[in-house]
Design a protein. Structure first.
Length: 192
């Protein structure tokens, strides 16, 4: 069993599991929605830009995960979950565009890392796994957007080869505050 999935070690690397690996562990699969809800609700409650103004309900998170897992089974998505000592510390997913495009294209939709695990490489491990999944699925272009004040995420995306392709000034409104929406893309055709 992966070191990150067992006890021991000062700061083990996260084990990054895909949807099928999660399904093969009944305990992890059963606790995924609740653990994901905890992370997402805490982050959104703290002001993180993850697509919700208010923290999502347990039912919203469960429905989202069900939709992504279903799409993953048909090859139109990938779900990744990061665990340390069998505790969910982050999750992310990508979805293939539903409309036809000129080339296979997918969005890296959500990437959420438990605040207690920030700075430990969880976001990098999740993003790298989702990039590899996209490449394996024949995706040509992977896109994502980030709120302009999320400096760590912007730095991570650039370090993994994402290129800026647009910025929508003051696009995201949170109460009275406004933030840019920063658009990045990764052309997987140009990477070996």
């Amino acid at each position: 069993m992966n070191q990150a999935m067992t006890s021991g070690g000062a700061s083990p690397e996260p084990a990054v599991l895909d949807a099928m690996e999660l399904a093969s562990d009944a305990e992890l699969e059963a606790g995924l929605a609740e653990s994901a809800h905890r992370i997402l609700a805490d982050l959104v409650g703290g002001g993180a830009a993850l697509g919700w103004i208010e923290p999502p309900s347990r039912d919203e998170v469960a429905a989202l995960l069900e939709r992504v897992v279903s799409a993953a089974r048909s090859g139109d998505a990938a779900l990744r979950a990061a665990y340390v000592d069998r505790r969910l510390v982050g999750l992310g997913y990508r979805l293939r565009h539903a409309r036809p495009t000129h080339r296979p294209h997918a969005d890296l939709e959500k990437l959420a890392v438990d605040a207690a695990a920030h700075g430990r490489g969880v976001g990098r491990a999740l993003t790298a796994a989702l990039i590899a999944d996209a490449r394996d699925a024949g995706i040509d272009v992977l896109t994502l957007d980030t709120r302009g004040d999320n400096t760590p995420a912007l730095r991570l995306h650039r370090s993994l080869g994402f290129a800026l392709y647009g910025r929508l000034p003051d696009f995201v409104a949170v109460g009275e505050r406004r933030y840019d929406k920063v658009l990045h893309m990764l052309d997987l055709r140009r990477q070996g």
